[in-house]
Write a protein that binds this ligand. Structure first.
Ligand SMILES: C[S@@+](CC[C@H](N)C(=O)[O-])C[C@H]1O[C@@H](n2cnc3c(N)ncnc32)[C@H](O)[C@@H]1O
Length: 167
């Protein structure tokens, strides 16, 4: 089935958020997974991801804007941990502790995108998935940067969200 993707970036962003369940299934996020959502915002993806991982899994929803992430902080979903970060790219999680890292519509906001990719590589286990939605950036440049950080491109969702394997 071919997907009718809107043309403008703004509409693409909304279109993806409306299909969060499909996006997460394509990653995939599964029951029991440990998931990091870096720059989770209001939880467009963190909230459905927490329902998918279920009682055995964990979602770390991290953002530097406590107000913006209020819906995540208020959500009473077991296994959903809100982390209010300081705006740095450091991730307060152990090495190899995550199965999946979501980096959606946030890379363009970082001064040190490479630093975040190094951190994503550190916290993901070998074979884990880094899923990136590179809004406002050249996807080919982002792909090259992610591959240089030790990830292998696997596939994409609707030509918008890229999935990489942590090597
Ligand atoms: C455009 S929103 C995207 C939210 C969500 N990922 C989505 O796709 O719906 C970008 C989010 O990244 C957060 N952000 C920006 N820089 C950050 C940083 N250094 N550390 C953590 N969060 C950051 C912002 O506060 C904002 O909530």
């Amino acid at each position: 089935m071919s997907l009718e993707v809107p043309e403008s970036e703004r509409e693409q962003c909304l279109w993806l958020a409306e299909r969060a369940a499909e996006v997460l299934a394509s990653v995939p996020v599964r029951a029991g997974d440990v998931v990091l959502d870096f720059g989770c915002g209001g939880g467009n993806y963190a909230l459905p991801a927490a329902r998918l991982v279920g009682g055995e899994g964990v979602v770390y929803a991290l953002d530097c804007d406590a107000e913006r992430m209020a819906p995540v902080r208020a959500a009473e979903v077991p296994g959903l941990h809100a982390i209010v970060a300081d705006g740095d790219t450091a991730i307060p999680l152990d090495d190899g502790s995550c199965d999946v890292a979501l980096v959606y519509d946030v890379l363009q906001k970082l001064d040190d995108g490479e630093g975040l990719l190094r951190e994503a590589h550190r916290v993901l286990r070998f074979g884990g998935v880094l899923s990136i939605y590179p809004m406002h950036l050249d996807p080919a440049e982002v792909r090259a940067m992610v591959e240089a950080a030790g990830f292998r491109f696997r596939d994409d969702f609707a030509g918008l969200v890229m999935h990489f394997i942590r090597e």
